[in-house]
Ligand binder design. Structure first.
Ligand code: DC
Length: 210
């Protein structure tokens, strides 16, 4: 019998967890949920419409996640604030749990996947990197998108978001005790993928493809 593969990936902003999650999902043929998008959408919609974040979270639909503006830093900060509200987290819980329960398995990335959403996932990764290397990556990414900014500002915003995500009372960012730590400070996306894949193989999982 093949074991269901659920891959829970947590880590701070720009640690490389999103890219890694997408690549692992493609490799194993699994559905992928970027759970940060849920919080970003709640924060952005609430800021735009004035509705309470908990109400927005209760009525969130898949179509709300398609807005390209959700990838920006403004939505990231709004998402981080919305994510500190316990009712918002409670209202997004079922959707995430159901996503992770699909028959074929799933890959989810966020901040509390290994600790709260999928505590029984057979594979848990905690992807991290120094705040300086994460700020450098985000700075390059913003520059490529034509956003006019300076490095000290990106670094300060990154540190502020780290602090809010790790110090909040509701499901703060922290590694599950059984998570495997992957520090990508000195790794590119290919190296991070190869390291994660080797770890998952050691756990006894193989892709069904070629
Ligand atoms: O991963 P991201 O930058 O897209 O996440 C946006 C914000 O949402 C982040 O600052 C923290 C929050 N978040 C969370 O609290 N729990 C998750 N599972 C995912 C994201």
């Amino acid at each position: 019998m093949t074991r269901r593969l659920v891959i829970a990936i947590d880590g701070p902003s720009a640690s490389g967890k999103g890219t890694l999650a997408k690549r692992l999902a493609t490799h194993f043929g699994l559905p992928h949920l970027d759970t940060g998008l849920l919080y970003r959408a709640v924060g952005a919609i609430s800021a735009r419409t004035g509705q309470m974040p908990a109400e927005v979270a209760e009525r969130l639909t898949a179509a709300d996640l398609d807005d390209p503006a959700l990838r920006g830093d403004e939505a990231g900060q709004a998402g981080s604030r919305a994510a500190a509200i316990p009712e918002v987290r409670a209202n997004l819980l079922n959707f995430q749990k159901e996503f992770s329960s699909q028959a074929m398995g799933a890959v989810l990335d966020g901040r509390d996947i290994g600790t709260v959403i999928c505590p029984d996932a057979p594979v848990k990764l905690f992807v991290t990197a120094s705040v300086e290397s994460r700020a450098e990556r985000r700075f390059q990414e913003l520059r490529q998108r034509g956003v006019d900014t300076i490095k000290p500002r990106v670094l300060a915003e990154m540190a502020e978001r780290d602090r809010r995500d790790s110090e909040r009372a509701a499901a703060p960012l922290k590694a599950a005790p059984d998570a495997w730590l992957l520090d990508t400070s000195n790794m590119d996306a290919d190296a991070a993928f190869a390291a994660a894949l080797a770890f998952i193989k050691r756990k006894g999982f193989r892709s069904s493809g070629p």
